[in-house]
Design a binder for this molecule. Sequence first.
Ligand code: PMV
Length: 319
Amino acid sequence: MAPHVGHGQTVAKIILFGEHSVVYGHPAIAMPLRTLRMIARVEPTDGPGTLSGLGWTGPITEAPARFSSIVKAAEVASDFAGHPGAGLNISTESEFPPERGLGSSAAAAGAVIRAVLDAFDTPATPRELFDLTQEAETVAHGRPSGLDAVATSAEAPVHFQAGQATDLEFSPDAWIVIADSGVEGSTRETVGHVRARFEAEPDIITALLNRLGEITDEVVVDLRTGDVQGMGARMTEAHGILGQLGVSNTQLDALVTASLGAGALGAKLTGGGRGGCVIALAATEEDAENVEKALVDAGARGTWVHAPATGQMAGEVMQ
Ligand code: PMV
């Protein structure tokens, strides 16, 4: 079939447990947010191609640095499809903000890769899609663990360790409130900070990373037994450890404190940190509403509430 307009879709994600420690081989749990979509459209063209997304439109050759993983995604997918250097008009549309630990860069790369493969009618296995996304992500993140690449295309929560993902049969029977601090976090920078501390103080940092790994293992049991209280307590403990690693900041700490004050079972930052989002666990819908309100009062720029069981999202974004 001749090349035609291709479409690709991925979603936002949150890391429930294991950011940073996952980079050192420990387990992590992430959850796709199926109603916050990233949509890509790709049109093969004779010219050098254009890019449109994140409020910018222009020739692909002049795309600003923040598009580097999208440009790389188009390149690796065109190679894979047997059309190296193909001219492409690429557009992305996102239902969630970038640079907030919600997986925007992996989601954009994954959606563009799927759209390019669709345009050239090229099938790919989940493993091949993962590898292509990782190649593109390496441009944005350095050496990503792969957690974002997996979670932004997952159907259900995933357990991830050392490049291997398994579906978790259980999702928490509680409401998850997600709040955007409004501050852009740089994952590359926070991963580099933890690495530098690891090299300078290996004993201290290893102990902290080990505890984060244990917490994830304990939460797998909490999910199985339905112990949301236990899971909440472990969230707050994980936030404290991430703070000790130096990847929290005053805004994130304030949002965690506000959540706990409003009755959350636990709260923590999610993703790379020093900006981005916090997540809070609430036992009931009413508690979730109270937590959401407290988060907005404490300065959250946007909130989303993830309800249990159905996986439905009630979303509200306030800028
Ligand atoms: O900031 P995010 O949502 O892309 O998450 C980064 C997660 C880290 O564990 C800090 C890095 C990684 O590669 O897994």
